[in-house]
Design a binder for this molecule. Structure first.
Ligand SMILES: [Zn+2]
Length: 296
């Protein structure tokens, strides 16, 4: 008997997954803000080595959680859509919709669904890539340099230049320092949060390529995405090819890749809304779309 995709359950899982990935990025941002709050402004330059260590550790741990979550999500969506279980990390013999929902609920920390305990047929293949820890560590290092170390050094130079000139009064100086600290917080958490969520996005994107059961993916957006992400989401399914385009996330972006295994998939309401907006817009440059999207 042909399996009927459990569309309503899949859409619930998608919404829970997007929120859980967003929460991982928020946890990371909170941790980074706390680290920064523990350092006096005048000690930042001297604390860069310690800050770098903290930053990298926070990214490593949150990205690992993002990957674990994405594997549980992928396996659950695949089973709900095809009635079959895929192997790889976290696979347990006798897996059922019940056990897959339980794994997903554990990974998200929320009870979103339940299912029967009947074991499902298994595709023993492992499509999930080995963790690219080295590449991720290099990205974290580079991001720290751009978002934190370079800013701190520039700030130190400006401090030295301003010392003699007395160009700022006390209130201006306080505002300037506050803005600087804010830039370390926002820049560090935005770019770092992208690496964190790319843990899960890359996992799904790579698994698709190596899973003959997968036919493509679509973009699930956060509540009110930016114009770029709305456009990407409005395109609907991206069917996989030899060179499926990169996902194209950006700092402070909480969009996620949702794998598709059946032509009978259903998009979340938001995607259909963006598609309609795009049609009404009628075409034009990206800048025109931005204006159109922002005022709608
Ligand atoms: Zn986005």
């Amino acid at each position: 008997m042909a399996w009927i995709p459990r569309t309503a359950e899949i859409l619930r899982a998608v919404a829970a997954y997007q929120l859980a990935q967003e929460a991982l990025a928020a946890d990371f941002a909170a941790r980074w803000a706390q680290v920064l709050a523990g350092v006096e402004a005048r000690e930042l330059a001297a604390s860069l080595t310690a800050l770098r260590t903290e930053y990298r550790a926070a990214i490593r741990e949150s990205a690992a959680a993002s990957r674990t979550l994405s594997v549980a999500f992928y396996r659950l969506v695949r089973a709900l859509e095809t009635g079959r279980v895929i192997g790889g990390p976290g696979y347990r013999p006798g897996a059922s919709l019940g056990s897959l929902w339980a794994d997903f609920n554990t990974a998200t920390g929320k009870r979103t669904g339940t299912g029967a305990r009947e074991p499902l047929p298994v595709d023993t293949r492992n499509p999930f890539p080995a963790e690219a820890i080295d590449r991720e560590a290099r990205r974290a290092e580079e991001t720290f340099r751009q978002q934190i170390a370079d800013r701190v050094e520039k700030h130190e130079r400006e401090h030295a230049e301003r010392k003699g000139s007395a160009a700022l009064d006390a209130a201006e100086l306080i505002a300037w320092e506050r803005e600087f600290l804010e830039s370390l917080k926002t820049g560090g958490s935005g770019a770092g949060g992208q690496i964190v969520q790319d843990g899960g996005r890359d996992m799904i994107h790579n698994a698709l390529q190596d899973d003959p059961g997968a036919i493509g993916y679509y973009r699930a957006t956060e509540g009110s995405p930016c114009y770029f992400c709305a456009l990407m989401a409005g395109r609907g399914a991206v069917y996989k090819s030899k060179r499926t385009a990169a996902f194209g996330a950006h700092p402070h972006c909480h969009c996620q890749a949702v794998p598709i295994f059946s032509r009978r998939y259903q998009l979340p309401d938001a995607n259909a809304r963006f598609e309609r907006m795009w049609r009404e817009f009628g075409g034009g440059s990206l800048a025109d779309w931005r204006t159109h999207y922002t005022k709608t």
